[in-house]
Design a protein around this ligand. Structure first.
Ligand SMILES: C[S@@+](CC[C@H](N)C(=O)[O-])C[C@H]1O[C@@H](n2cnc3c(N)ncnc32)[C@H](O)[C@@H]1O
Length: 347
């Protein structure tokens, strides 16, 4: 393990005892979760919740029966939420490298199985380094969904993490994860600062470098789901960071063959059936695709595949074919995909 990994383990294992010890709001979740997640949270043990350091909501819809991997699962909060939503037949595997975090997560496996009314636990935690997923005993293409909450920024080799994630996902699977991004590249001296790194700030990727890294790893069309600006309420850290702006962003990256770099228009459309659990009125694929029940909406080829070639297929009516190309989908652009006003531009 590198020095950085030892420092991170000390930070999350020894320095922080609970989220009250954090020095910024980078590892805090600002948005209120939907009601059904709030209900699931009520059944998660208090000690697990106290050691939660996530920066977003990385629990997507339609989880029944899925096999899920959580990268940097910490004390296990998101795993125990997901464990309820996948049901008895689903499975959740959490990976973390910090013994103290794993100890809390492991301590409550049987407790949660009982609280959820399961015959056997559907959750397990594995000690490991997410930068070496290929060295762990994980079968390629064996996960439907990979989640992660405020962890990949802490990895030195983000490309390696995403490349291994791509290999672990089943075709049509996705990584749905919340993390910290910056509006510019971060200088080496800030990256060497253990507090700034540990607080999930100086390891943040410049958003445009993230998009390139994700595409290089095989995720051709990264979709942002939610973004929030981060405020640094610590004068010393704020002074060090200067003008850098940080954002907490939830992205979803699908592993789908044939996605194109730009959104291309084939004249296709879909209508949402209203059948995804807890989404009876509308379904949000990402921050610019809202599908109200019953409304026919024109979409680009990539979005068509994200609905047609994934676990969402049964919940949509699909219209059109791939026979005629009408050019680039109107409104697609390459501007920064998030800002303080939460405005986005794409198809
Ligand atoms: C900010 S905390 C988030 C924990 C958890 N996802 C949550 O939401 O509470 C970061 C976690 O990632 C783990 N971590 C950081 N780098 C890691 C790596 N390379 N491999 C495995 N775990 C890592 C740390 O041990 C810590 O538990």
């Amino acid at each position: 393990m590198s020095i950085k990994h030892e420092e991170i383990k000390d930070y999350y294992g020894k320095e922080l005892q609970s989220s009250n010890d954090l020095k910024t709001n980078a590892c805090c979740t600002l948005e209120a979760p939907p009601i059904y997640i709030q209900e699931a949270l009520k059944r998660v043990h208090n000690e697990v919740q106290m050691k939660y350091y996530g920066c977003g909501l990385c629990i997507p819809s339609q989880l029944e029966g899925l096999r899920i991997l959580d990268l940097g699962s910490g004390s296990g909060r998101d795993c125990y939420i997901a464990a309820q939503l996948v049901g008895q037949e689903g499975e959740v595997v959490g990976i973390d490298m910090t013994d103290e975090q794993l100890a809390v997560a492991n301590q409550y496996i049987d407790h949660h199985a009982e609280v959820f009314g399961y015959k056997y636990a559907n959750t397990k935690f594995v000690k490991g380094n997410i930068e070496k997923l290929d060295e762990l005993d994980l079968e390629p293409e064996s996960f439907d969904l990979i989640i992660s909450n405020c962890v990949i920024n802490l990895a030195t080799d983000k490309y390696k993490v995403l490349k291994d994630v791509y290999n672990l996902l089943k075709p049509g699977g996705e990584i749905y994860f919340s993390d910290i991004y910056s509006d510019r590249r971060i200088a080496d001296d800030l990256q060497a600062d253990p507090i700034l790194w540990g607080e999930c700030l100086s390891g943040a990727l410049y958003w445009n470098d993230f998009l390139k890294t994700a595409r290089k790893a095989g995720f051709t069309d990264p979709r942002s789901v939610k973004n929030n600006p981060i405020t640094i309420e610590n004068d010393e850290l704020l002074e060090k960071c200067g003008e850098i702006q940080f954002f907490s962003v939830t992205y979803r990256l699908f592993k789908i063959d044939g996605l194109e770099e730009d959104c291309e228009d084939y004249g296709q459309a879909v209508a949402y059936k209203g059948t995804i659990e807890n989404n009876s009125n509308a379904f949000d694929l990402d921050d610019h695709h809202n599908f109200p029940k019953g409304k026919v909406i024109t979409i680009c080829g990539n979005t068509y595949k994200m609905l047609h070639d994934t676990r969402f297929a049964d919940h949509f009516e699909f219209y059109g074919s791939w026979d005629t190309h009408f050019g680039v989908f109107e409104g697609c652009g390459g501007a920064m995909p998030f800002d303080e006003d939460n405005e986005t531009s794409c198809c």
